[in-house]
Design a protein around this ligand. Structure first.
Ligand SMILES: Cc1ncc(COP(=O)(O)O)c(C=O)c1O
Length: 425
């Protein structure tokens, strides 16, 4: 029996069957064997309520914002309430600090241009070997355009995290920006953002945090992190395909936005170019309501934020139990190497994104065998291109990545392990 830190049973209690009932893709009887979605680090399935909210908005609010007629007024309401919901989800004080766009990468490419207006030739920026390309390439492109100096921050190969000493060694009075991730989309390890951000901000740098891989699994409280920006993507946490950027109000207000000259110059509108995806915003609000509902199902009460906090407390605990099981049994397979934290004592320092390679069978072959058994998982670098290079892995083959979500079950993990053991054991 695992000495599980929260509940002393094999697997923490969580009403996973009730949760699964809420997701049409998980209860569909069309496919045999039923699909096992372990591609969640790339994107999750959606609750029925979110799907319905998108459809309803297409009926009732398919108009542009700012009109005097009902469908436009409804679109305005959706725009506002979705931003307020996301502010609660991320623990932000103000809806004005929430910018929504098509994806994290698009938002980052866009706002990097505005941040670039505060930087000068010869200024330094820091990017990491641990990040997804969505938080590296925009900054490399900016550096190329402006003549900035790029410094690369490594992660520690024993702890799998970024160490504050390594960051300190790169900071100078010319550092304008530090871009780093909260959790890796390949190794799964979680960085101590409040510590790293405090050090970077004391050196005078802006801190840009990619929380895409963390937000589905851990509560985000932007006000406790000391960063200036934090980005995530709702399609990774049971929502529609949107990206969300939180920016510190004073920083967003001062930045010069790339926008149409007749558009609003107030945050967040000045960063939300063009007509918003109202139907997806309705889905976003409903995604936050799903977390709220989950909190209620787990007996949490109070404000929307308090229920969201409760939902994360329950799901983190449950996902950790599945992850420990997966890792311990993968470790029994000869020739298999997990690239990330494997010690159950440090489970709190990782999200349930588990990547591995095998001595003789390629990640693509493993993914193909899993797919033949209706198990969804990814092979390749998964845009964690810098990580794959840093680890000296084959750049194209990359890893086999299994990403657990709150709706996965112990049976699904067992079925996956059986297939892997037959193939590799
Ligand atoms: C850690 C991380 N950052 C950024 C992204 C890019 O997100 P988006 O698809 O919203 O641009 C991903 C997507 O997989 C990711 O895992």
């Amino acid at each position: 029996m695992y000495e599980y830190p929260f509940v002393e049973v094999n697997m923490p209690v969580f009403m996973v069957d009730q949760v699964r009932e809420m997701f049409p893709a998980l209860v569909s009887k069309d496919e045999q064997p039923p699909p096992i979605f372990l591609d969640n680090s790339a994107g999750t399935q959606l609750p029925r309520t979110v799907i319905e909210a998108v459809g309803q908005a297409m009926t009732s609010a398919s108009s542009n914002l700012g009109g005097m007629f009902p469908s436009s007024i409804r679109a305005d309401e959706i725009w506002r309430s979705s931003h307020e919901a996301m502010a609660d989800m991320l623990g932000a004080s103000l809806m004005r600090e929430i910018v929504v766009g098509p994806s994290m990468t698009t938002l980052t490419l866009h706002i990097s241009r505005s941040i670039g207006r505060t930087l000068h030739r010869g200024d330094e920026i820091i990017v990491t070997h641990m990040d997804h390309e969505g938080d590296i390439s925009p900054w490399l492109l900016l550096a190329e355009d402006l003549g900035l100096v790029v410094k690369w921050l490594p992660f520690n190969r024993d702890t799998w995290r970024i160490e504050v000493e390594d960051l300190n060694a790169l900071l100078t009075d010319k550092t304008g920006l530090v871009a780093l991730n909260y959790a890796s989309n390949l190794t799964g390890s979680i960085n101590n953002i409040s510590e790293l951000a405090s050090v970077a901000r004391s050196a005078g740098a802006l801190v840009y945090v990619d929380a895409v891989q963390l937000a589905p699994h851990r509560l985000v409280s932007v006000n406790d992190l000391n960063c200036d920006f934090l980005v995530c993507s709702s399609y990774k946490f049971y929502g529609p395909h949107l990206g969300i950027l939180w920016g510190r109000e004073s920083v967003l207000a001062d930045l010069d936005a790339y926008r149409c000259r007749c558009a609003s110059d107030d945050p967040p509108e000045k960063f939300e170019t063009g007509t918003p995806q109202t139907e997806l915003l309705a889905g976003l609000e409903s995604t936050v309501a799903y977390f709220q509902r989950l909190g209620e199902m787990c007996d949490y009460s109070g404000s929307r934020r308090e229920k969201i906090v409760g939902a994360y407390a329950a799901t983190t605990d449950y996902e950790n139990g599945l992850t420990i099981k997966l890792i311990e049994e993968l470790n029994e397979i000869p020739g298999l190497c997990i690239h990330g934290i494997t010690d159950a004592k440090h489970i709190q320092d990782r999200v349930p994104t588990v990547s591995f390679t095998h001595a003789t069978v390629s990640p693509a072959e493993i993914a193909k065998t899993l797919a033949q058994n209706n198990i969804c998982a990814w092979s390749g670098h998964n845009y964690a291109y810098a990580v794959v290079k840093h680890l000296g892995l084959d750049e194209e083959q990359g890893v086999l990545r299994v990403g657990i979500a709150q709706y996965n079950t112990e049976n699904e993990i067992n079925r996956t392990l059986e297939v892997l053991t037959r193939l590799l054991g």
